[in-house]
Design a protein around this ligand. Sequence first.
Ligand SMILES: [Zn+2]
Length: 265
Amino acid sequence: MPLRSIADLPSPDVRDAVAANPVAVIPLGSIEQHGPHLPCGTDTFAAELVAKALAERIDALYVPFGPYGVTPIHAGHPGTINLRRSTFEALLTDICHELADHGIHTVLLVNWHEGNNASMNAVATELQDQRDLTFVAVQACYTAQRLYEPEGGELTHGGGIETLAVMAHDPELVRTERVGAPTRPADAHEMDAMRRSHEIYGFVTDVTALADDGWYGEPSWASADRAETFADDVAAATLERVQMILDLQTRRRASRPTTGEPRHE
Ligand SMILES: [Zn+2]
């Protein structure tokens, strides 16, 4: 299916698209420093590539969010634009209310930035409770990590997988000649493990606790070959789980009383 983006379609075509398949895909990324070799839009480019590929595969409406995210960890570094959580949540809430009014009943949030997690989860759980909307979170960066780890790809800030995403978007934006040799503080690995544990974890509020120059990893892992199919490969790797959740929610939707009215309206 060709991409159907709400920004590209005339109004009657949006109406028809929603009537044919009331599913929307929203990409979530961030504008933030990614070292001297990757553009500040890295996370947004990655989210948009995967979200578009996924929207095409499931014939859903693609709904741009805008490039910005919640990224206090990179605040103060040139090129970082940090949204307050309240701003991000208000924007996402307004977009989803509008989509619900249009007849959308399922929203896939395709995210490539951990800093957005708390806000996107809060909006999804609140609106799913308030409106006749089902949300699915697609953490595309973790899918890419699962996909590429066996081949030596690492999900780090500015490393191999993120370099691959930018290559897929526009290879001219990758400046590997600037990479040099990034250094990390002595306890950087422990800091990373501390914040990424699911059980007991602490917090990192400045990226320099993880990397002296604000990035780390192996950009040279990325290759033009892998970049060519990056978006399709990552989107395909999300499909089975996405479909499982969509089917589960469809059964749940079908089994509930047919008043058709959202609970809180
Ligand atoms: Zn990133």
